[in-house]
Design a protein around this ligand. Structure first.
Ligand code: PLP
Length: 403
């Protein structure tokens, strides 16, 4: 392990980097290779590669069972799943969403000419603030999409009440929240429907993939038609649809991953606990907490950097870490409202989003997952301790580097 005692030992000032190869925020979780390969051989033998194959059906069944939800509809990715869910529940006009989310939440609306109206977040939970949501309701509002950012449930109960009171549809973007609970009930059971992502970077992955989960029988039937071009049987199209189907290889990966979820959580939890210990007591560096009473996937290790206390900004710290080959990342920066087409459509949206802008400028996501262990966590924490502990000094040195 590299000796890292003071600022002069940092790679950004000329020393060797802490890691030879890049340490990523998250490398995909892969379950038993043997089981996956057996399933792939099996589906190749069967030559049933897609179109409601046996693995997709099994994956949907196991997923629904795991979440304790009536219906799980596997999809090619969460963005298409969001688009389909939005259409299936009949959203139109304006829909209220946080800006502090991955761009797909907003795009899934705008793609269908529905206006995403950005509501501010709670600075502590990073999730959309119910009072901000209520403030953004207009006669054109048809629904709300809450996002469970970092897998921490958003204000599900308050949003449910607001939706009821104003007769709005309620969806949740649960892309981060596979295997997480709210009030002891698994995420997937709330609102009209929830959407999960199984993208390679997510807690459970199917290479690319997603699912709509719902307890609503009619919605289930509608979504199943929509994701398969509206086919109700051979040569019989009864609805407008698209192609949102999951393929058999993805489903085989999903089933295999489901069998290893406990191991994935255990590794994430161990990394998280180690970060907690190693980052404790650094002024201006705050590690985001998970609610120990709920089930969580601990997929994201998120630190907030208070530049006034550390003397070094989050962005400067990112530069320091990248020089060491630790590819820590800013997240949801600069916020959907500062990306196109929203930046041009709503140039003043930021005025109503002060918490979003502040959190987006402070959040730092650190490497974890099954390819990261104690060495990586301890070294990453050490770099942060040294850089943030002498923040002003680092800042001055960085300025001379760039001048
Ligand atoms: C909050 C959120 N919503 C939606 C998506 C889109 O998921 P996908 O990549 O499966 O389309 C992602 C992730 O990529 C996400 O993080």
């Amino acid at each position: 392990m590299k000796q890292l005692e003071s600022v002069k030992d940092l790679a950004i000032f000329g020393r060797e980097p802490a890691f030879e190869k890049p340490v990523h925020v998250g490398k995909p979780n892969v379950g038993s290779r043997q089981q996956l390969m057996r399933r792939i051989e099996d589906l190749l033998d069967r030559r049933w590669l897609t179109n409601a194959g046996p693995y997709v059906i099994e994956f949907e069944k196991r997923l629904a069972q795991f979440l304790g939800v009536k219906h799980a509809i596997a999809m090619c990715n969460a963005t298409v799943a969001l688009e389909i869910a939005i259409r299936a529940v009949g959203l139109k006009g304006e829909v209220i969403v946080p800006s502090f989310t991955f761009i797909a939440t907003a795009h899934a609306l705008q793609w269908q000419e529905i206006t995403p109206v950005f509501a501010d977040i709670d600075p502590v939970t990073h999730n959309v603030a119910p009072e901000a949501v209520e403030r953004m309701i207009t006669p054109r509002t048809s629904g709300i999409i809450g996002v469970h950012v970092w897998g921490r449930p958003c204000a599900v109960d308050a949003l449910t009440q607001i939706a009821r009171k104003h007769k709005l549809k309620l969806l949740f973007d649960a892309a981060h929240a596979m295997a997480c609970s709210h009030g002891g009930k698994m995420i997937g059971n709330f609102g009209d429907a929830e959407v999960l992502s199984f993208h390679a970077t997510k807690f459970l992955n199917t290479f690319e993939g997603g699912a709509i989960v719902t307890n609503d029988d009619d919605l289930n039937a509608k979504v199943r038609l929509m994701k398969n071009f509206g086919f109700a049987g051979y040569d019989n199209v009864i609805y407008l649809g698209t192609n949102g189907k999951m393929n058999e290889v993805s489903a085989a990966m999903g089933i295999t991953g489901l069998e290893s979820l406990d191991e994935f959580v255990a590794v994430n939890r161990c990394n998280y606990d180690c970060y907690r210990k190693e980052l404790a007591g650094i002024p201006g560096v705050e590690l985001m907490q998970y609610d120990g009473r709920e089930r969580g996937n601990y997929q994201y290790v998120v630190a907030e950097i208070d530049a006034e206390r550390t003397g070094i900004s989050r962005d400067e710290l990112v530069k320091v870490l990248h020089a060491e080959n630790v590819l820590a990342r800013r997240y949801f920066y600069p916020g959907c409202h500062r990306m196109e087409p929203y930046r041009s459509l709503f140039p003043n949206a930021g005025v109503l989003l002060p918490n979003t802008e502040r959190v987006a400028s402070r959040v730092l996501v650190l490497p974890t997952g099954t390819s990261v262990g104690e060495n990586e966590v301890r070294m990453t924490s050490r770099i942060i301790r040294v850089a943030a502990g002498a923040g002003k000094d680092v800042k001055v040195k960085l300025a001379t580097l760039s001048s």
